[in-house]
Write a protein that binds this ligand. Structure first.
Ligand code: OFO
Length: 184
């Protein structure tokens, strides 16, 4: 009976593999942001630290949303192996530059998945992924807004302190707006 259930499903193996790759990428995002939060905390950038702790939670939620979807669709969600997470960062600005670069990579990966689902006519997964398309646009915009603070305020004198204060006004990285999992 179980064999019948696992063999009869709409989710293609190729799509399941790509979704598991995305699960890993979201887990990597969460791990990197947690590491960045810790670095900010020990360097005294309290607001950036809180922002990044929130962002790490948000990425975990992104991962779990796909994780649950894969199993609900009859696949097998795989707990990813994570290694090589950096612990040292050269400056606060470098952290946010890395975040923007990383989010652009995540956007490309989501777009690749969306394109794949459209080509394979898997409109269920295509529809599920639309939330991520919107989320990535928001995350890239947020990283850009933060980097603009460095240009507008400058890092001299009280600059870095002021930038960190402004980042504190941006919230918790979105964790409080966390979307529910796929279960309704
Ligand atoms: Fe999951 O959005 Fe950032 O990485």
């Amino acid at each position: 009976m179980k064999d019948f259930i696992t063999k009869n499903r709409s989710l293609l193996e190729e799509t399941e593999k790509l979704l598991n790759d995305q699960i890993k990428l979201e887990a990597v995002s969460s791990a990197i942001y947690l590491s960045m939060a810790s670095w900010c905390e020990i360097k005294g950038y309290e607001n950036s630290s809180n922002f990044l702790y929130g962002h790490a939670e948000e990425e975990k939620m992104h991962m779990m949303k796909i994780f649950r979807y894969v199993n609900e669709a009859g696949g097998h969600a795989l707990q990813p192996e994570i290694s090589g997470v950096p612990h040292d960062f050269s400056s606060l600005k470098k952290i946010y530059e890395q975040i923007l670069d990383h989010e652009i990579e995540v956007t490309k990966s989501i777009h690749k998945l969306v394109d794949h689902c459209f080509t394979k006519k898997d409109f269920t997964t295509f529809n599920f992924l639309q939330w991520y398309v919107t989320e990535q646009r928001e995350e890239e915009t947020l990283a850009r807004r933060i980097l603009e603070l460095f240009d507008i305020i400058g890092v001299e004198g009280l600059g870095l302190w002021t930038i960190d204060q402004e980042i504190g006004k941006l919230g918790d990285g979105g964790a409080s707006n966390a979307a529910p999992t796929t279960a309704t």
